[in-house]
Design a protein around this ligand. Sequence first.
Ligand code: HEC
Length: 217
Amino acid sequence: MKSLKVVVPLLAIAAILMVGFAYSGLYDVSASAPHSGIVDWLLSTTSDASVKRRAKGILVPDLGDDAMALAGVNDFDAMCTGCHGAPGQEPEAIGQGLNPSAPDLAEAAIELTPAELFWVTKHGIKMTGMPAWGATHDDNALWPMVAFMTMLPEMDAEDYQAMLARAGGMGHHAAADDDAGHENVDAVLDDHSTHPHDPPEVAISQEPEEDHSDHQH
Ligand code: HEC
């Protein structure tokens, strides 16, 4: 009881100081200045742990096939390189102004499992520039990009251009006929996924903790 009398007022003071700090405008939210060390640690540790936890239990289709990655390269080129860059390609202006910066996905593909790459691609990361592509794309359109990302660590600029050239018409962002692109991606998933994609959300990925996590905030 005695310790409660000390702890409760201290917590109240801490809460008042935090709210006061929030309203004071002292914290620099500009994207042109880095976070302080402790804030950076807190945010990145929270984010890494959150991704790891939520990616558990996702069923990963067979990504080891060249055809699957080939089906994702045009979409990757259209949707991701502006911020992340690509082999032999720097990020565009939008990517250069981001804070936190959009990391090199060749490194991310070494550090993250395919399930984690998929989770981040689908759900994005709050309060960063990383969008939730799952808001506009179903899982069948995202897995080929994940397959492609797993090849990035071994890929140089020449390989990347060669792959783009081979992938004409594949993916919904292909330069060729859009509908044909969609059919190609679906055909690849039909052939190589360990699970049929009907309905795609359930068949290809399972995210058991999702129900709770999305409603907490
Ligand atoms: C508008 C800019 C933007 C676009 C476009 C974008 N990203 Fe990102 N992405 C980011 C930022 C910023 C981060 C870093 C977030 C952080 O620090 O937590 C990120 C992080 C990631 C990560 C996690 C990397 C790691 O090391 O933890 C993956 C995977 C990823 N993006 C994949 C993609 C894919 C795939 C696409 C295209 C479908 C894409 N991104 C398009 C901005 C973008």
